[in-house]
Design a protein around this ligand. Structure first.
Ligand code: OGA
Ligand code: NI
Length: 351
């Protein structure tokens, strides 16, 4: 349900920022307390796990099973890791960033063709998270495109479709390899999991986030603390940092190594694994100097899958922690409501 709100949001933060007229943020963007003590722990940065995907795909059996265990520990302890040697050509990653920039650089009227859409529409442009219900504004514009099982693309800018098509195909391969390793780390048969989650028809979305420079970055947020609705999410950024993940009671500011993907586990993973691999809280902070762009690729079960804890991970000692729900309904609920921590998943917890 939409709640009454006493402010309006601009068409885009980019337009607001490009106008150069702002020396402070409009009050409805001020959602942080600049005097609060920092909750970021810089000593944790170096402890973020790294997964070498080439070892999973072509390593000898001993190295491979060691990497599978490493992946399992990363999921259990962090829900977040860096992936290197992923096999996605740098040209494909760069072309996607350039295409995304090209989209945001279109005239506002051209982008508006994709705005004001229903949350389940396959191509959607907007600002904040869900401008219909957000009770503060987030310093972010976004462009979401469903790329699988049916591929969608805007017609403009020129070359976008090709860049997106290649990027989507390559990241899907990486996502599937990681999922295979994760099932293996839980001693689950990967064929069984692929069937149970209908991964041949997996739902994949590319979410392009644009965070323009902000006159008061200590007051506003790019995205509030949240978990993703996916099984897992792969993130690639334009060289400007801003992602923070929660580890224990602290936040970690992530500085990805070159040519890497940042990967986090999502709510569907927490449901299927009956809480063994929990979705991780993360947020996006902004800065006063540079435009940050990130491309989050969400990999999820097919929309018609009823996702529930897999039987092998449910026992009398560890009863099912979540009710099963059709992924389509989960997604719609998560996208229709405010984005806040794990509020969508909390609905399904069995008390
Ligand atoms: C997201 C997200 C973080 C970022 O799109 O869900 O968490 O760093 N993005 O842009
Ligand atoms: Ni996210």
């Amino acid at each position: 349900m939409a709640t009454a709100r006493f402010f309006s949001l601009p068409d885009s933060i980019k337009q607001l920022s490009d106008s150069g007229a702002l020396s402070s943020v409009p009050t409805h963007y001020a959602c942080r307390d600049p005097d609060a003590p920092s909750d970021v722990d810089p000593t944790l940065e170096g402890q973020i796990p790294t997964i070498d995907l080439s070892v999973l795909t072509e390593g000898d059996p001993a190295r491979r099973s060691q990497m599978v265990r490493q992946l399992g520990r990363a999921c259990e302890e962090w829900g977040f890791f860096v992936v290197v040697n992923h096999g996605v050509p740098e040209t494909v990653r760069e072309a996607m960033l350039a295409a995304a920039q090209g989209f945001f650089d279109l005239e506002e009227e051209e982008k508006a063709e994709h705005s004001g859409k229903h949350v389940m529409d396959p191509i959607r442009y907007g600002t904040s998270f869900n401008s219909k219900v957000d009770d503060v504004g987030y310093w972010r514009d976004y462009f979401k495109i469903v790329v699988h099982p049916a591929f969608h693309s805007p017609a403009k800018p020129l070359g976008f479709r090709e860049a997106l098509g290649q990027y989507a195909a390559c990241t899907r391969v990486v996502g599937m390899e990681l999922l295979r390793g994760m099932w293996e780390s839980l001693e689950l048969d990967d064929g069984y999991m692929n069937n149970a989650l209908d991964l041949d028809a997996c739902f994949q979305v590319c979410v392009v986030n644009l965070y323009p420079p902000c006159p008061q970055p200590e007051l506003a947020m790019g995205l509030p603390p949240h978990s993703d609705h996916s099984l897992l999410t792969l993130l690639h950024q334009n060289g400007v940092d801003g992602l923070q993940v929660k580890h224990g009671s602290k936040w970690v500011h992530v500085k990805p190594p070159p040519n890497s993907f940042l990967v986090n586990t999502g709510d569907q993973m927490e449901i299927v694994t009956n809480g063994r691999y929990k979705s991780v809280l993360h947020r996006a902070v902004i800065n006063g100097r540079s435009t940050r762009m990130s491309i989050a690729t969400v990999v999820a079960p097919s929309l018609d899958t009823v996702v529930e804890p897999v039987a092998q991970l449910v026992s009398p000692e560890r009863p099912a922690m979540y009710r099963g729900v059709r992924y389509r309904e989960y997604l719609e609920h998560q996208q229709r409501n405010k984005l806040w921590e794990k509020s969508a998943l909390d609905h399904l917890r069995v008390q």
